[in-house]
Design a protein around this ligand. Structure first.
Ligand code: ZN
Length: 460
């Protein structure tokens, strides 16, 4: 064990313990606050079984299955290609080589961090692009996309620019503290990670959303009056309902709540405004449920805590001599043994080696990718229960399960949603319960409240 290893031993243990404590806190909070059973009591006669054929025609079911079969290959292949690429860049010297090449003539260290970030994220974008094109082609085949290819490509470029901005800022800050506080940067970085997630979620509706869509207030009229009256009846302060010009991109229907505090907003896709007003009320009832239980704020705080834990975990990874050598970065204070080829020692003199070396950017981004992949299924699991709670809120507010059922039917048919997702799809992608599950819960709600149970829509 070198002197350097000995010096880093204590902070490494401390960072690992802090990460474990933060993850345990997140797990406990989620276990205790997730609405595992959103209905207020046991349903008389047991739960309604989920059965797509009760409400969807054979043609609707077949179309959903065909779309699912067409959209899955680009989705899975794109996910796999992105993961393989970032793992190869992060866990072999290839990423360090790419960065050394891209930053060879860049004079300042902070600028090298920025160029490294741009180089790696752009390569990931380029490799992902064919899969995005493939997916977009499927959306076109099924009439879900209304965009021309040039407008679509501009969106892709905007996403890339946003990635540069976000990762650029985050990694500049990270490498600044890593360099300044080699032993205890993880404390500042964890706190910084927490603060950035909260700030980003707050700013998202006013900074990011306008990059992709234009928003205007729902015009004066019966719908607006009804929706605001419903919000008032619900005790949720809503001054405005916004409409996004989603129809320039998609035919799908959606609504959402974003931001919190002064940036909180309820947004309807303009595609939704052609639906009957009672159905729009049913959707807005759901969104008011999110506002009422402060789901965005809560999700942000829990997510920020998990990010802080992940940042602590970054410390033992980034100070592991084995991992750094594997990534083609010479460990700090190391003698270059196990390095790869000429130029290593000169670079080490320039960068000081170790985690502060901008060539470790690929390793950091690989760790981020793995963390997001591990976190997503947990997020999805919790999200599905929170969405079900918002559905119950809509039913409590409108007391109209019949309209709720027809709205859910319209949503899944228009969006060609997966009516019976398999466990892998559920695990990887499903943030909401599937349409038939939401409909089954509306029937449970009706039986629980002794009101008329909505009859099957398809008669089949
Ligand atoms: Zn929702």
């Amino acid at each position: 064990m070198s002197e350097q290893d000995r010096r880093l031993r204590r902070p490494r243990i401390a960072a690992t313990v802090a990460a474990a404590a933060l993850f345990a806190a997140v797990g406990t909070v989620l276990a205790l606050t997730t609405p595992w059973n959103p209905l207020p009591g046991p349903v008389p006669g047991g739960r309604t079984p989920t059965d797509p054929s009760a409400d969807y025609s054979a043609a609707e079911i077949a179309r959903s299955a065909a779309f699912d079969a067409a959209i899955n290959p680009p989705a899975y292949a794109g996910l796999a290609a992105g993961l393989v690429l970032i793992l190869v860049l992060g866990l072999t010297p290839r990423g360090a080589r790419l960065i050394r090449f891209a930053t060879a003539r860049v004079p300042r260290r902070w600028l090298r961090v920025l160029v490294a970030t741009v180089a790696v994220t752009t390569l990931l974008w380029v490799v992902g692009l064919p899969f995005d094109v493939w997916g977009e082609t499927v959306l076109r085949d099924y009439g879900l996309s209304t965009q021309g290819w040039s407008a679509w490509f501009v969106d892709e470029l905007k996403s890339l620019g946003l990635t540069w901005a976000v990762y650029g800022v985050v990694l500049l800050l990270l490498y600044a503290v890593v360099r300044r506080f080699p032993r205890y940067w993880w404390t500042g970085a964890a706190f910084g990670g927490f603060s950035l997630v909260v700030a980003a979620s707050f700013a998202y509706p006013v900074v990011v959303e306008p990059v992709f869509n234009e928003f205007h207030s729902l015009p004066q009229g019966r719908l607006r009056t009804d929706l605001l009256a419903m919000a008032e009846r619900d005790g949720v302060p809503v001054e405005d309902v916004l409409v996004a010009d989603a129809s320039r991109r998609t035919t799908s229907l959606n609504a959402y709540v974003s931001g919190f505090g002064s940036t909180r907003r309820i947004v309807l896709y303009d595609t939704l405004l052609e639906s009957p007003p009672e159905r729009v009320e049913s959707i807005v009832g759901h969104e008011l449920g999110h506002a009422d239980s402060r789901d965005v704020l809560w999700g942000t705080l829990v997510g920020a805590l998990a990010v802080a834990g992940a940042v602590c975990l970054l410390y033992p990874l980034m100070t592991s001599p084995r991992l750094l050598r594997r990534a083609g970065v010479v460990p700090r204070g190391g003698n270059g043994a196990g390095g790869n080829g000429a130029g290593e020692n000169g670079d080490q003199a320039r960068e000081g080696g170790g985690a502060a070396d901008p060539r470790s950017v690929a390793l950091v981004l690989a760790a981020v990718a793995v963390a997001m992949q591990v976190g997503a299924p947990v997020q999805n699991l919790v999200s599905r229960r929170i969405e079900a709670r918002a559905d119950v809120h809509a039913l409590d507010l409108t007391r109209d399960p019949g309209t709720f059922v027809s709205m859910q039917h319209e949503l899944s048919v228009r969006n060609i949603s997966d009516l019976s997702p398999n466990p892998v799809e559920r695990f990887l992608w499903m943030t909401h319960p599937a349409g038939p599950e939401r409909i089954a819960m509306a029937r449970d709600w009706a039986r629980l409240h002794g009101t008329r149970v909505p009859p099957p829509l398809s008669g089949g």
